[in-house]
Design a protein around this ligand. Sequence first.
Ligand SMILES: Cc1cc2nc3c(=O)[nH]c(=O)nc-3n(C[C@H](O)[C@H](O)[C@H](O)COP(=O)(O)OP(=O)(O)OC[C@H]3O[C@@H](n4cnc5c(N)ncnc54)[C@H](O)[C@@H]3O)c2cc1C
Length: 652
Amino acid sequence: RARLLAMVVPGAVLWWVLLATAAAVSTASIAALLYDLLTFKKYVPPVKRRKGLGHTRYTAAAAAEAQVEGVDVVVIGSGMAGLSCAALLSSFNKRVIVLEQHEVVGGGAHSYAVDGKQKWRFDSGLHYTIPQAGALLAIACGAKESPVKVSRMGVPSAEGNVYDRVQLVGSGDKELRIASDLQMFAEMKRRFPGLSQRLDRFVWVCAGLLWRFPIWCLSALLPHWLRRKLLLSPLFAHWRTWASRTAVDALELLFPGDDKDAALLKSYLSSLWIDTGCPPDRVGFFMLAAVTVGFPHIGGAYPEGGPEAMALSLVEAIESRGGKVFVRALVDKVNIDSHNGVDTATGVTMADGSTISAAAVVSAAGYRTTTSTLLPRAAAARHGLDPSTLPVKQGDGFIMCNIGVTGDHEALGLDCANLWLQPCAAAHGHMLAEGVRKFVDDPLGVDEAQIPMMITIPSSKDRSWHKLHPDSIMIQTLTLAKWEWFSQHLISSNSKPASRTGSRHAPPHTTRKDQAAYDATKKRWGDRIISQVKKAFPKLTDAHIAFVNVSTPLTIENYLPSTSGSAIGLDVTPNRFTDIEAIRRLDMRTGVKNLWLTGQDTLVCGQPLAQLSGMLTALRMLGPLRLAAFAWRVLRFHVIAGGLRYADISTW
Ligand SMILES: Cc1cc2nc3c(=O)[nH]c(=O)nc-3n(C[C@H](O)[C@H](O)[C@H](O)COP(=O)(O)OP(=O)(O)OC[C@H]3O[C@@H](n4cnc5c(N)ncnc54)[C@H](O)[C@@H]3O)c2cc1C
């Protein structure tokens, strides 16, 4: 009997302890869930935005006053990812602070006035988005409706509401006007009847990628081992076959041959590549499917009040729940405590030497910036966060030409549709990809008509702009640019971004190495681009142009230290989507305890995806029970109450 008891009792005790612990944990979790559900207050945006919102500068004294010590979460970077993550965490009763190195919030969603001329406002990195960006904003804020109206773009015309126009320069073909996917493909079939069946197959292949994409995104909520199983399952066979190719390779397979019709059709199908920030011979085919088929299917949109309005509404939501957002808050290091072989993030050290401790740290500053400058090298290497071994390179930047114009939009023929000029001369067999390759090889040597560019008009896209400044027009152009084209003008020889000097935002901006040569190169670019803009809009003359300002990848690096002036963070090459090792390395949960990553590098570039990545990171941090509470919130507010109300269906 004694032997029997000796065998049974310890086992029984162990079971009881385990069961009691499980019961206590689940009771506590369910209590936390109930607490969240019962205490959740939906966010109601104020009628008027508070003055000074989003402009609180970081100083150790300001931080102490805001009682930042020991907060639940510190978020580094106030792009749409960092702010969406912080807003969602705040709505679950977490005390969050956001630290932004720039003097304004928003990251790629901020706007700026060139040389203080407030009459002209230019966008840094949101030229158009999708109508659902408003819904994502509402969900992150915990609001029933989007605090910012995100309006569909479109110019009423015979084709429908046209929001994109494509010109294959040098091809002799008529401009392609895009109002919707159906209209666009019908027009392509009309122009290239012999390729109609192949076009159907192209659409089928793209559709197969596009319906899997939301699952691919949501799989970021899973622990990596489970995500891996899903991505290697038969469900993702089509994804693995097609997303693992570059755009050029996939198009060659779908439209073999280089006769003029095939060349032109392939060129049209890759004509929106600038949206991806990556040339057609490098970009993953999924990205092409997203911008060529996905975008026309859902339509383009632009926030009223400009992109910064979206960022400010998130700041307002965070601060209304007790959080705080600081600007000019350059984080120098993530503090790591190494104990018993476990590395734990315990807070951050600021550029001024002050420290902030927190239960968790989220870096929304980009993968390379985080792993190469914010993390101690040894800790990064221990957890597979060594950027030099990541099988994905940093993406390219843009040259932007910001043109201030006085006059009337209608009289000058300037509307809200984006215009895409793509190089398609006979010299490159009317192949856009070849024209882009030639441009990248010799950017200032190619004929200026063969510069690939997007021309967009923020003053026309923003419906609220006219009321404020009826006669000031902004035109912006975007052209792909490589870091190496300008890096010789970097300010310091050790290649550290100018942000480290501490005075970068105080006008006048710090001078660059060989400033005169840099200015001359920018002027050359400006002249070449303006001549194309004037050709595209013949009513626009020098008399209308009030000023021209050219920015380069060095400018992007200066304001959003994104590593090598990249506009899109990590390159969107095929391995981002299908290489399991690359996906593992970019997981939101890092090997460092309590250190999380978010932003475009953990999902894909683009403002709506940055918003989504921020929310997915927050949900992973909150755990499965709160995910259930979140799902209920979304169901209640956004599905049951009618999810379509965010898109302003009536086009302009
Ligand atoms: C010129 C350009 C044009 C674009 N056009 C479009 C478009 O039309 N549509 C679209 O959807 N997308 C566009 N994009 C891409 C889009 O802007 C990005 O995908 C998006 O901004 C990524 O958001 P994010 O929050 O991940 O990163 P970001 O917006 O880059 O935010 C990162 C933030 O971290 C901050 N930070 C970095 N280091 C530190 C530090 N040490 N301490 C504190 N803060 C730090 C930066 O200042 C920045 O604010 C464009 C990008 C560029 C640059």
